[in-house]
Design a protein around this ligand. Structure first.
Ligand code: ZN
Length: 268
């Protein structure tokens, strides 16, 4: 094994099991935005304010999105921090991280909780689909599963879920096909009452500067958003994942093992 691979494994072990909480840093980021008079909105609120020919709201905007891939407890801590600062944001939950009580609390406070969907990946893993063409051939089944899931989620949560965001799984990267293909059919989108997908051009067109958190040791792609906030960038978009802010040993262990198991199952 090369020294790069060993460093990667060491970093992963530290990130998954030993990293001290970074929630204080998360709070500082939000406080910095508020000190610089940034306003915060959910993605759906911002999209509704700016869709079509409508202009940007006054002042600077921070759009904060959480993809809750794992670790709902840390998502909840992040939510409590935001709520204490009256920050609005968006949380997307996978079927595997659903927490209806928390989702309702998020919406009741004026933020947004919705669905982090992955039906392309689910069916590809289940049926061992090997090519993009096979995915295209199965799109009807994939869309039917999405329609069933979003309907059940709306019934269970009582939430509108008019915006959704695609999850990225190892299988999406392996096949080079994203879950967003599900919603590229506009008639289907209408039928399932989805107003906006987080990666839509109409949702992202006014974003001036975009950031995503990342695992230890780099933490941010392309850089820390605090710099953009301090320099007064008009619309700053920040995507975060709870996993990168506090270690949840049990959840990370389960997730690492599940990922290995899924890859092995798919490969044989
Ligand atoms: Zn995700």
């Amino acid at each position: 094994m090369g020294s790069n691979a060993i460093t990667t494994i060491k970093n992963r072990i530290f990130a998954d099991f030993f990293m001290p909480s970074r929630l204080g840093e998360f709070e500082q980021l939000l406080k910095c935005a508020l000190e610089h008079e940034y306003r915060t909105y959910s993605l759906l609120q911002f999209w509704r304010m700016t869709e079509g020919e409508k202009k940007l709201p006054p002042g600077n905007t921070l759009l904060l999105r959480h993809d809750v891939d794992t670790d709902v407890a840390t998502a909840e801590r992040m939510w409590e921090i935001e709520n204490s600062l009256s920050v609005k944001s968006t949380y997307f939950f996978r079927l595997s991280t659903l927490n209806i009580q928390l989702m309702k609390r998020i919406e009741d406070a004026g933020s947004e909780a919705s669905y982090h969907y992955e039906e392309v990946a689910t069916i590809c893993k289940r049926d061992r689909i090997r090519s993009q063409q096979e995915v295209q051939n199965r799109l009807q089944d994939i869309r039917a599963l999405f329609a069933r899931n979003i309907k059940q989620l709306r019934e269970r949560t009582g939430l509108p879920m008019r915006s959704v965001a695609s999850h990225g799984d190892f299988i999406n990267r392996r096949l080079g096909i994203r879950n967003v293909v599900i919603l590229q059919d506009l008639d289907f989108r209408k039928r399932v009452d989805i107003d906006v997908e987080a990666y839509d051009e109409s949702a992202m067109r006014l974003v001036e500067s975009q950031y995503s958190d990342q695992a230890y040791p780099s933490f941010w792609i392309p850089s820390n958003p605090t710099l953009a906030i301090k320099s007064g960038t008009r619309v700053v978009y920040v995507l975060v994942h709870p996993r990168h802010w506090r270690t949840a040993i049990k959840e990370n262990l389960v997730d690492d093992i599940r990922r290995l198991y899924e890859e092995m199952k798919y490969s044989i």
